[in-house]
Design a protein around this ligand. Sequence first.
Ligand SMILES: NC(=O)c1ccc[n+]([C@@H]2O[C@H](COP(=O)([O-])OP(=O)(O)OC[C@H]3O[C@@H](n4cnc5c(N)ncnc54)[C@H](OP(=O)(O)O)[C@@H]3O)[C@@H](O)[C@H]2O)c1
Length: 282
Amino acid sequence: MKSAAQNNLPGTPKSGGNLSGLTSQVQRMPRVRNVGGASVPRSSSSSSRRGPSHIQLPFVAVTFAMTVDGKVTTKNYSAVDFTSREDKAHLIRQRALGDAVLVGHGTMENDNVRLGIPQEALRQERIARGQAPYPLRVIVSNKGLINPRLKIFETDFAPIIIFSTTRMPRPTREQLREKATLYLSQARRVDLRWMLQELRYDYKVKHVACEGGPALFRSLLEQGLVDQLNLTIAPFLFGGKNAPTLTGTDMDFLPRSVRCSLKEMRVVGDECFLRYRVRKKR
Ligand SMILES: NC(=O)c1ccc[n+]([C@@H]2O[C@H](COP(=O)([O-])OP(=O)(O)OC[C@H]3O[C@@H](n4cnc5c(N)ncnc54)[C@H](OP(=O)(O)O)[C@@H]3O)[C@@H](O)[C@H]2O)c1
């Protein structure tokens, strides 16, 4: 498979990292592609979406389908198909808006998706907008126990970028580096703000289409990194306190409740398609 550099993507990572234009507080830390060492997330506390000396983050739009009782899957996280063809087409349309499509490792393992765009027309629209035919495919995992035999690794239509930590076992790194670009942090968890900064600066990603899952969505919400929520309400009820909701199975409240503004509502058959703007705390 071609590396990101060979694909001539805009903002392909430059070896060594470039410090120009960044303040001392948010200097780029050395980071690794196709790991030989380790990278460290820069401090995220000083970065913000505003101000000329600050790192700008991409717009993050998250797309989910949930049942009427708020469930996104069943209690054993098994693959469950509870939405219409229209919803599946909606998901692909949202994906097609992204410079990058982002998923958590849980979703990648469970759904085993390739994250492509089957419709030629959508790819042509992307090209007309100045985007690559397919978005970058980004997976995030703390532990890094990613199965190199997942279907996504069988395809090379768009680069795959994995944000993880040095907890990823060496043999896994060796196998994955053949198929993906690895960004490994020495922290226990991936700093999602750092990840978004890297995507913005290394790949010029301005729009991230995130497809969940719930644990990743919750983490993004906790850090105030979500701009838009596209939510399909499907006409089912699953019940079950152990079946994850949009924000997973974590029993704790979010650190702060998150306020949304409804921007669009569309009803097709028995499904309701909602678009919310997620309000940021000032
Ligand atoms: N209905 C829907 O629209 C929809 C959408 C998406 C997913 N789903 C369903 O949701 C289920 C998966 O749920 P899930 O909560 O396991 O999915 P997930 O959020 O995709 O994955 C969770 C995993 O992502 C990684 N992760 C999460 N937060 C992270 C962070 N801050 N930094 C680094 N890595 C992070 C961790 O991977 P490691 O364990 O590797 O460290 C974590 O275990 C599946 O059944 C899927 O079908 C439904």
